[in-house]
Ligand binder design. Structure first.
Ligand code: ZN
Ligand code: ZN
Length: 236
């Protein structure tokens, strides 16, 4: 966890610099409305929420591991472990994200993330801590069956953070054909558009965008949405 925190701080600084150099909205200030609350979410969601879940579930996990832990991928070389964990975990997370948009009970938690009206990398961490529980629960079984090394799990976590920060960053970059593979600002802005200016429940990608292209939920017009955010008390 300590190592991940260094990566988190480094990637945050990296994207703050990129946002200053190539901003999509040059007038959006670094300390825009709600930045302090989002900083709290970074610290709480990245450290305490997952640690808390770890402490609460540690005994159950030991029992579950006795039944489910297989370690199928454990003997594989690191690049193969990385690829299979990235693909498997990302698809599971895409399914969970999809459910959070379509099931009223889950949307009540997820709509906090969609209250974002000024997009930047801090927004990547504005989500309800309950989302950590939903994602962790869904990821338990594939993780137990695969059993990749801690180094590989860290590498996938850092890659997910890199793409998550990139997709939320106030950056004007477009990435050409790579948009068919990874998430990006041009794609993720249309996940956060206000319902008045375009379709909703599109671009559900977290790290890999391939699921949206495969399952017909991709929506990437040439222009950016005119308005972001939904009222945090709205249904969707
Ligand atoms: Zn969403
Ligand atoms: Zn987002």
């Amino acid at each position: 966890m300590g190592t991940y925190s260094y990566w988190l701080a480094g990637l945050g600084l990296f994207f703050v610099i990129l946002e200053r150099l190539w901003p999509r909205l040059p007038t959006q200030p670094l300390l825009r409305a709600g930045w302090l609350a989002d900083l709290f979410f970074i610290v709480f969601n990245s450290r305490f929420a997952s640690l808390l879940i770890g402490y609460v579930t540690v005994y159950w996990i030991a029992d579950l591991d006795a039944v489910f832990a297989r370690g199928w991928a454990a003997p594989w070389p690191a690049p193969s472990q990385f690829a299979v964990l990235l693909l498997t975990a990302d698809f599971v997370k895409w399914c969970v994200h999809n459910l959070m948009h379509r099931v009223g009970f889950l949307w009540r938690f997820h709509r906090l993330h969609h209250g974002i009206e000024e997009m930047d990398l801090l927004g990547d961490w504005r989500f309800h801590p309950a989302e950590v529980i939903f994602y962790s629960a869904a990821l338990y079984l594939p993780s137990a069956l695969l059993g990749v090394s801690g180094h590989t799990a860290l590498a996938v976590g850092v890659f997910d953070t890199l793409i998550g920060h990139f997709a939320h960053a106030n950056l004007r970059w477009r990435i050409g054909w790579l948009k068919y593979v990874i998430n990006s600002p041009e794609m993720h802005l249309w996940h956060h558009n206000h319902p008045d200016c375009g379709p909703v429940n599109r671009n559900l990608a977290l790290t890999l965008s391939i699921w949206d292209w495969l399952f017909g939920t991709a929506h990437v017009p040439p222009q950016h949405p005119a308005r972001l955010g939904v009222a945090t008390t709205d249904g969707r």
